[in-house]
Design a protein around this ligand. Structure first.
Ligand code: GFB
Length: 324
């Protein structure tokens, strides 16, 4: 294989992370980006995924396809979250191996770590305690994805790597009023409250949980960085059975502070009301990303600038927002 004909498959290129990867990779020289839509290829269908890989001559895979959602969606559709994610990752990883794809990057989630993991959570916290119940099925599927990569590396000598993002936000997020994550959910609610002059905006839960957020363009840059690390360097920073790397901003804030920042960014001046009947989820999720930082990567956006960028995108795309 020469560098000039490297074919890179971005699975999930219409999602928030996949589209950010596409924006950053599509102008790189020596790469041909391969994508496919859900209508063309059902990633939960093993036969179809095998046929796709057999036809496409793929050299590298970014596995960014997943069924994702916020706390309400995870709690309401647990079967969809565990089934679809297990199928997508098992089908793609096995088909990649069968078709001799040597390099793959799997994208996981910070919810793989135990609910009461020591903070900030480092990679060693995996499988040391009980998970947060609102997203346990999704987390189990993502843990299985890491273990699939490690198992193919150990048994077949593959170079399948995993990155665990903290809570992400940015362009192409899902702005559904109920099924989204907290940033798109609140951004939309504050925007609509501003437009309609509503006196108050409701925030789910107590406002006390602490979350770390990362702009998706930083996540895409980190993913490409980890994919391109020299294999010996990657292996020096991981072990065969603990091979994933955290990707975070290193800064967390309370949901109440987040809501105030979104109010500022959107220009909403009414009151904030907390609905304690809604679940809080994990009390705190701050990643220890020092491993990645020691591998020469740092995030670019701070939260307020990232939110302002996302709000500009939201207003420019208000008529075509994804709401799943
Ligand atoms: O973003 P979120 O759904 O993700 O919720 P998790 C974060 C916090 O924000 C929770 C509160 O304490 C919510 O109760 N919150 C307040 C809201 N208002 C809202 C709102 O309007 N919408 C939403 N969604 N939350 C997810 C997992 O957990 O994190 C997924 O369910 C995934 O599996 C993702 O791992 C990264 O951080 O609680």
């Amino acid at each position: 294989m020469s560098a000039s004909n490297m074919r890179v498959f971005i699975a999930g290129h219409r999602g928030m992370v996949g589209s950010a990867l596409l924006r950053q990779l599509e102008n790189q020289e020596n790469l041909t980006i391969v994508t496919t839509t859900r209508a063309e290829l059902d990633l939960t269908n093993q036969h179809a995924v095998n046929a796709f890989f057999a036809a496409q001559q793929i050299d590298q895979v970014y596995l960014a396809a997943a069924k994702v959602g916020g706390i309400h969606a995870n709690n309401t559709y647990p079967a969809d979250f565990i089934y679809q994610n297990l199928m997508i990752e098992a089908n793609i990883i096995e088909a990649a191996h069968q078709n001799d794809v040597q390099k793959l990057l799997f994208l996981g989630s910070s919810c793989i770590y135990p609910k009461f993991a020591e903070q900030p959570m480092n990679e060693d916290a995996l499988l040391t305690g009980i998970l947060e119940p609102t997203n346990e099925p999704y987390a189990i599927a993502k843990i299985a994805g890491i273990k699939l990569c490690e198992s193919y590396n150990r048994q077949y000598g593959r170079d399948y790597r995993s990155v665990m993002p903290t809570n992400l936000y940015g362009p192409e997020d899902n702005f559904h009023p109920d099924n989204s994550h907290v940033i798109p959910g609140l951004m939309r609610r504050f925007h609509e409250a501003k437009v309609s002059n509503a006196p108050e905006v409701v925030i789910w839960g107590s406002g006390k949980p602490l979350r770390e957020f990362l702009h998706v363009d930083d996540m895409a840059a980190a993913s490409i960085h980890v994919m391109n690390l020299d294999q010996a360097l990657y292996q020096n920073h991981t072990t065969p059975m603990l091979s994933h790397i955290n990707v975070g901003s290193g800064v967390d804030c309370s949901i109440s502070e987040l809501a105030q920042t979104i109010a500022k960014v959107t220009g909403y001046q009414g009151s904030l009301v907390f609905d304690a009947t809604k679940p809080d989820g994990s009390p705190r999720k701050l990643m220890d990303s020092s491993k990645l930082w020691s591998l020469d990567w740092q995030p670019n956006y701070d939260l307020e600038r990232g939110l302002a960028h996302t709000y500009e995108w939201f207003k420019a795309n208000a008529l075509t927002l994804r709401m799943a």
